[in-house]
Design a protein around this ligand. Structure first.
Ligand SMILES: Nc1nc2c(c(=O)[nH]1)N=C([C@H](O)[C@H](O)COP(=O)(O)OP(=O)(O)OP(=O)(O)O)CN2
Length: 127
C-alpha cells in the first residue's frame, strides 16, 4: 500500500449548541490543521499515488467554502452540529466527489482541533 499526505489549515467560527458541549455552546473560533492521506494499493502509470500538486489543489478546493466562515450560517451545516468529526466528513466527502473517476484511491482526513486533540475520517467504500 502506498500513501501520499498533504496538509493545509482553515480558520472557522462556530458554536455547538447543545449542553453536551459545555462552554463550546458559545460562538468561538478555531484554526483547524487538516492533513489528508491518499492511498493506493498499486502506483498509477506515472508511478505515483496522486500528483502532489493535484492533491494540494483538491484540498484547497475542499477547504475554500469553509475559509473564514461562521459554520452556524453555512448551508451545508444547517441543522447539524459542526463538530470536528463532521467537518472531517465534509472534507472527505468533497474530496471523494472530486476523485469520483479514481475510486481506487483511498481517502483519510485527519483534522487537528487543538494541540491535544485530533479526529480522523476515512471515506467509506474506497480502499
Ligand atoms: N468529539 C468532539 N468533542 C468536542 C468537539 C468536537 O469537535 N468533537 N468540539 C468541542 C469544542 O468545539 C471546542 O473545540 C472545545 O471546547 P471545550 O469546551 O474546551 O471542550 P472540552 O471537551 O475540551 O472541555 P469541557 O470540559 O467539555 O469544557 C468540544 N468537544
Amino acid at each position: 500500500m502506498f500513501s501520499l499526505s498533504v496538509n493545509d489549515h482553515v480558520m472557522i467560527a462556530h458554536s455547538l449548541p447543545h449542553e453536551f458541549f459545555g462552554p463550546a455552546q458559545a460562538l468561538h473560533g478555531a484554526t483547524l490543521a487538516v492533513e489528508v492521506t491518499f492511498t493506493r494499493e498499486e502506483l498509477d502509470e506515472h508511478r505515483v499515488v496522486l500528483d502532489i500538486g493535484e492533491a494540494l489543489a483538491l484540498l484547497d478546493e475542499a477547504l475554500t467554502p469553509l475559509r473564514y466562515t461562521n459554520l452556524d450560517e453555512h448551508p451545508d451545516f444547517a441543522g447539524r452540529l459542526s463538530t470536528s468529526e463532521a467537518i472531517a466528513e465534509y472534507i472527505g466527502t468533497d474530496l471523494s466527489t472530486s476523485l469520483a473517476d479514481r475510486p481506487e484511491i483511498g481517502i483519510t482526513v485527519h483534522l487537528r482541533e487543538n494541540p491535544r486533540a485530533a479526529v480522523s475520517y476515512t471515506v467509506a467504500n474506497r480502499p
